[in-house]
Design a protein around this ligand. Structure first.
Ligand code: GAP
Length: 465
């Protein structure tokens, strides 16, 4: 608890009870797991993480826009992933492929033939469902009718046309995965860079799928972003690298603060494998709606390079000096959706607790992921100038921090708890005399006084934890 008193000089002081100094705050009660889709999506809108796209026109289903905090947190997620995959003393190169691909690419990749979901309609209300997610012996969940159309296969790629002429050669598709632009550029990357097998090509970028039933907010979207790593190696090295990447990728989630017990590996049965895969392990997260795929790790064999060699007529094999012959490398793929990971992080970090009888919502985000790293708060507007000076000194160091002077100190703390700001520095009237500020920890509510000269170092330590 913080007690703010007005002194006889009409100035304000924060009094920190001794129990709050250098120890966890005792007046905090937890309320159990409160993260629901409704809570998370309401918080995202309220605080400017994510908005429904075209909301003022009724919204576009399965498509979302990122608000200012969403942009910051997604950049932190992309950076964390990039740092993680490049931290293993392995050659990884980056690519940014086009979003549009000609018909030929998707024919070769198998997406024209295989990238279908089974679709079924209710004959009464015309509501459309994925047939594999519905028990058709049961009534329509929308209107209760029991008659259905036949199951039809629905290709999930968005088809478009390039240029003015309407013939087969003008057909193009928005990519349903980023991976294919890596495979079709494999030879370009290899010959324009001095890399040898094994090495990886990684990409972060948009993918589009015309999902029959987009749902669960950012979990299943029609326009989303993927982070994919295609690791090229010799066939005999596949078991070793498959285990290596599974472990490395699982480990990644704890380094960004996700609860270890909420992550597990699920190995696909043979009948669950995608058309290109001979082995796939999913990293799953324990969502409120069950254990679901967060990342897929797949052995794609030489399927993609072989298909593109065959369909394009260009040899994508690699010459092996040792055995004096050419071969097609095998591929291990690690593929994750940035938005699905954002949703996961929000679920994992969301908490509601009670402090001194007052409910608060808090995002216990890892400092690496938090959109705002620290807030600089004058106790009253009379102290704004001095606090602003401190804020300006720290912002020059390149940290994403905020200066916040509006509203009561308690309200400002709550706002920063809700957006996951790990620490707040409060400048009060004592600061003018003792050159110290109060540091408040979001999670423990621990408060301590530190010298203003120590602020940069303190922040650096928190962010490097
Ligand atoms: N290149 C392989 C591939 O795309 P996938 O299992 O279809 O495999 C990989 O997708 C990851 O992309 C998933 O684990 C998930 O995180 C994300 N993802 C797939 N479809 C998505 C969608 N409709 N909305 C949001 N994320 C999605």
């Amino acid at each position: 608890m913080i007690i703010i008193v007005k002194s006889f000089m009409n100035s304000y002081h924060i009094i920190i009870p001794p129990t709050c100094i250098n120890q966890e705050y005792k007046g905090m009660e937890t309320m159990g797991r409160k993260a629901t889709l409704e809570n998370i999506s309401a918080l995202c809108k309220r605080r400017g993480f994510v908005y429904q796209s075209a909301e003022i026109y009724g919204g576009l289903n399965g498509v979302y826009d990122l608000g200012p905090l969403g942009v910051l947190i997604k950049n932190n997620i992309r950076n964390a992933w990039t740092n993680a995959i490049t931290s293993h003393d392995k050659d990884i190169l980056f690519l940014e492929g086009a979003l549009l691909g000609p018909h030929a690419v998707w024919e070769a990749s198998g997406h024209i033939e295989h990238f279908h979901d089974p679709m079924i309609d209710c004959t009464k209300c015309q509501h459309r469902f994925r047939a594999d997610e519905l028990e058709i012996e049961r009534p329509c969940p929308n209107c209760g009718n029991t008659a259905w159309t036949d199951v039809r296969q629905f290709n999930m790629m968005f088809k478009t046309q390039i240029g003015a002429s309407v013939d087969h050669s003008s057909i193009a598709y928005l990519r349903p995965e980023t991976a294919q632009s890596i495979f079709i550029n494999f030879k370009n990357v290899m010959t324009s860079n001095r890399v040898k097998i094994p090495f990886g090509i990684a990409q972060i970028g948009k993918a589009f799928r015309n999902e029959i039933t987009p749902k669960q907010f950012l979990f299943r979207m029609r326009e989303f972003e993927q982070m994919e790593l295609e690791w090229f190696c010799k066939e005999e090295m596949v078991p070793e690298f498959f285990d290596f990447w599974c472990n490395a990728r699982k480990e990644f989630y704890t380094t960004i603060g996700i609860t270890k017990n909420n992550i597990r590996i699920y190995e696909h049965q043979k009948n669950e494998l995608a058309h290109y895969s001979t082995k796939t392990s999913d990293i799953e997260y324990n969502f409120p709606f069950g254990w679901k795929e967060l990342e897929g790790i797949a052995h794609r064999g030489s399927y993609d390079l072989a298909q593109h060699s065959k369909h394009s007529g260009k040899d994508l094999s690699v010459y092996d000096e040792e055995i004096k012959s050419s071969y097609l490398p095998h591929v291990i793929e690690c593929s994750i959706g940035v938005d699905r990971l954002l949703l996961t992080i929000l679920f994992d970090a969301y908490d509601e607790d009670i402090i001194e009888g007052q409910a608060r919502t808090v995002l216990r985000l890892h400092p690496k992921i938090a959109p705002i790293k620290a807030a600089f708060l004058p106790l009253t507007k009379k102290l704004s100038e001095q606090t602003k000076q401190l804020y300006e000194d720290i912002v020059k160091l390149g940290y994403k921090i905020e200066f916040d002077e509006s509203g009561s100190i308690g309200k400002r703390y709550r706002r920063h708890d809700e957006i996951g700001t790990p620490i707040c520095f409060t400048f009060d009237f004592d600061s003018l005399e003792d050159h110290c500020v109060t540091v408040r920890n979001r999670d423990t509510l621990k408060q301590e006084r530190i010298n203003i000269q120590q602020v940069a170092k303190y922040l650096k330590n928190v962010l490097e934890e």
